[in-house]
Write a protein that binds this ligand. Structure first.
Ligand SMILES: NC(=O)c1ccc[n+]([C@@H]2O[C@H](COP(=O)([O-])OP(=O)(O)OC[C@H]3O[C@@H](n4cnc5c(N)ncnc54)[C@H](OP(=O)(O)O)[C@@H]3O)[C@@H](O)[C@H]2O)c1
Length: 263
């Protein structure tokens, strides 16, 4: 269903994981639409450099807050900052996340806990805390960054894929719950994208990978939010084709294909 593009001018968008990759690109594309920004990640220098650049180029207001959202106090402290600075949020992009590449049995337990805390707990808590004001504003978007890995089990990145299956399920359910509101809700599922993700995830990705650019992936999200009413979108034709194929294959064949793709 086609609908009118959203006008983000003068609204405020909070983007987590804005110091790099997809999060920094979400910040750039919101800024180009003249939205004010709240940028969150751990690396302050990078956030401040991006904030200065976007403020100068687009004449918007950008607030920077550094928090480890994977820590037990991260989300609570961020919410405290918003309150202290009197910032109301119209749009939320839960983008911060990382993966771990290893057989599950070899996954370092503390790192596994950090990933679950960031990819699942922080995203859920931030969404639950800010959803009432997003609904009241009724003129923004909620984007949760899932992954093409959400659509089938991912041997070699087992827990990561499972966290993204959670994000996809949660987001599609919320989208349905708030369908009648003005808030547009989207689970964005990128395939391999040229960011720092693979350096952080570890593993040997020496075989050729068909990477997309962050610009392209984020444009897909804005286009879906502007013109259609999907609850989720997969970026890139080959990623959509792989997900579609996995959906019609017997489960064990999809598992085998996913294992081969990640080897
Ligand atoms: N790239 C891909 O191929 C791909 C594919 C599918 C899905 N995704 C998803 O896309 C999202 C963005 O990843 P990316 O590809 O842009 O990777 P990236 O370049 O590594 O960016 C990850 C961002 O998350 C932030 N972050 C990591 N840990 C954090 C923490 N504990 N607290 C706060 N912020 C934290 C990082 O900032 P700091 O280090 O400064 O904190 C960084 O800004 C992730 O959810 C990822 O799972 C990526």
């Amino acid at each position: 269903m086609r609908r009118a593009p959203l006008d983000h001018r003068g609204t405020t968008a909070l983007v987590t994981g804005a110091s790099s990759g997809l999060g920094a690109e979400f910040a750039r594309q919101f800024a180009a639409r003249r939205a004010n920004l709240v940028l969150v990640a751990r690396r302050r220098g990078r956030l401040e450099a991006l904030a200065r650049d976007l403020e100068n180029t687009h004449r918007i207001t950008v607030n920077v807050f550094t928090h480890d959202l994977g820590s037990s106090d991260g989300v609570r402290d961020l919410l405290g900052d918003l309150e202290t600075h009197g910032i109301a949020v119209d749009s939320l992009v839960n983008n911060a996340g990382f993966g771990i590449t290893a057989p599950f049995v070899d996954t370092e337990p503390n790192r596994l806990g950090e990933m679950l805390s960031l990819n699942i707990v922080a995203l859920t808590e931030l969404t639950r805390s800010l959803l009432p004001q997003l609904l009241t504003a009724g003129r923004g978007v909620l984007v949760n960054v899932a992954s093409a890995a959400a659509y089938q089990p991912t041997p070699g990145m087992a827990a990561y894929g499972a966290t993204k299956a959670y994000v996809l399920s949660l987001t599609e359910a919320i989208a349905e719950e708030v369908r009648e509101s003005g808030l547009r809700v989207l689970a964005l599922s990128p395939g391999p994208t040229r960011t720092e993700f693979f350096a952080v995830a570890g593993g040997d990705f020496s075989q050729p990978i068909n990477f997309e650019t962050p610009e392209k992936v984020v444009s897909v999200a804005f286009s879906a939010l502007d013109h259609r009413q999907p609850r989720s979108v997969i970026s890139g034709f080959s990623n959509r084709a792989m997900v579609a194929a996995a959906g019609v294959m017997p489960r064990r064949l999809a598992l085998f294909a996913a294992r081969k793709a990640l080897e």
